[in-house]
Ligand binder design. Structure first.
Ligand code: MEV
Length: 413
């Protein structure tokens, strides 16, 4: 159904449904010592409206409840107009560590005096990126006055990588510029590498949820009913916990990354880079805190926002080589990296809301356990119709354990 909706061709559908996708031969060219492929479930989150556009979101993830949670929260956000998202220019930071400089302050000024020349040199390195409107944008230099080896300089090359994640372009630029930097400073350029704290390449999303959409209760006499205002206030209280406590913020942000990583992986992007960027950005004030914010507006609606680095690309690397990643981009209908980043940050916000809504009401175990129980049933050997039957029994008994599932299967209950 999803494939038909997005008007996908047969090859793209095959890449998504598992009958096509990455071949062992293609994998063999991607990394070393390939022995096979490792699959993950690929789900499609529904109900997303991002900047007024309907979008189906591919999510590669092993954890139950994530795709359902994102889809349901996207439905609530749709009642308030969907997600409004935007990104900064796709600027990455390349770092050069400059050691053995006699006078760091003067060397810093010497580099800044030659900025135009250095940027010009950098722009001769990758004419393709420059042709597409990217390239070197700025040079920033800091003196690290104190370190375990004494003072040194750090130069940041700010580089617009357009639709590429950009690690290769930035690393090449830094390596190529190093001799010139040494000449100007009289020092020794040591590390030349991209920073994953991509705080010049941010993605932001916000949503407004009417309180009427927040009412919560299950069709079950044992389930408590929560009014919309109660759910809203409880979600804001839950957010406040993450705002002030790093122990809670880590878990809160993990919930955001459940959504973010699933789309990042589905599109063949580097999720370790996204994780590193997210958590270092969350700690930028010196105290690790929540990446998102929740509050209420003058009309009493719940309002949420999320801002985080989002270094994703749609050209180069696995995004280009992996057939499923290509198909995932087609399914979303994205034509540039910024659009992809806007969808991903919206999914992160939706996922955060799903977790907070559950935690702030009945807790996550009830919804989670129903799905988890299916995995437990399968692990115990259930097949076909047995899976739902065993899972249902485990949940009803509140004993979601493999040993109990095995007993049920053996008929010894
Ligand atoms: C579990 O994968 C994610 C949550 O722990 C997130 C959160 O606590 O906000 C439910």
């Amino acid at each position: 159904m999803a494939a038909e909706w997005a008007g996908l061709d047969a090859k793209t559908r095959a890449a998504l449904d598992g009958s096509g996708g990455l071949s062992p031969e293609q994998a063999d060219h991607m990394i070393e010592n390939v022995v096979g492929l490792h699959a993950l479930p690929l789900g499609v989150a529904v109900n997303f409206v991002v900047n007024g556009r309907e979008v189906l979101v591919p999510m590669a993830i092993e954890e139950p409840s994530v795709v359902a949670g994102a889809s349901f929260m996207a439905k609530l956000a749709r009642a308030g107009g969907g997600f409004v998202a935007h990104t900064t220019e796709p600027q990455m930071i390349g770092q050069m560590q400059i050691l053995d400089v006699a006078d760091p302050a003067s060397a810093r000024l010497a580099l800044l005096e030659k900025k135009a020349h250095i940027l010009d040199l950098a722009n001769q390195i990758d004419p393709v990126i420059v042709k597409f409107g990217g390239g070197a944008r700025d040079l920033e230099v800091r003196v690290m006055a104190q370190s375990p080896i004494g003072p040194f300089l750090v130069a940041h090359l700010i580089y617009d990588t357009r639709d590429a994640m950009g690690a290769n372009a930035v690393n090449t630029a830094c390596e190529t510029l190093a001799p010139t930097i040494e000449q100007i400073t009289g020092g020794r350029v040591h590390l030349r590498i991209l920073s994953n704290l991509a705080d010049r390449r941010l993605a932001r999303a916000r949503c407004v949820i009417p309180v009427s959409a927040l009412e919560f209760g299950r069709d079950d006499p044992a389930s408590r009913l929560y009014g919309g205002e109660t759910v809203r206030d409880r979600i804001i209280e839950a957010y406040a916990f993450a705002a002030v406590d790093p122990y809670r913020a880590a878990t809160h942000n993990k919930g955001i990354m459940n959504g973010v990583d699933a789309v990042v992986i589905a599109t063949g992007n580097d999720w370790r880079a996204i994780e590193a960027g997210a958590h270092s950005y969350a700690a930028r004030s010196g105290t690790y805190t929540s990446l998102s914010q929740w509050g209420k507006d003058a009309e009493g609606n719940l309002v949420g926002s999320l801002e985080m680095p989002m270094a994703v690309g749609i050209v180069g690397g696995a995004t280009k080589v992996h057939p499923t990643a290509q198909a995932a981009l087609k399914l979303m209908g994205v034509t540039n990296a910024r659009e992809l980043a806007e969808i991903i940050v919206s999914v992160g916000l939706a996922q955060n809301l799903a977790a907070l809504r559950a935690l702030a009401t009945e807790g996550i175990q009830r919804g989670h356990m129903t799905l988890h129980a299916r995995q437990v049933a399968i692990a115990a050997g259930a097949v076909g119709e047995q899976i739902e039957a065993v899972a249902g029994k485990l949940v009803a008994e509140k004993k979601v354990r493999v040993d109990r599932a095995e007993e049920i299967l053996k008929g010894s209950a």
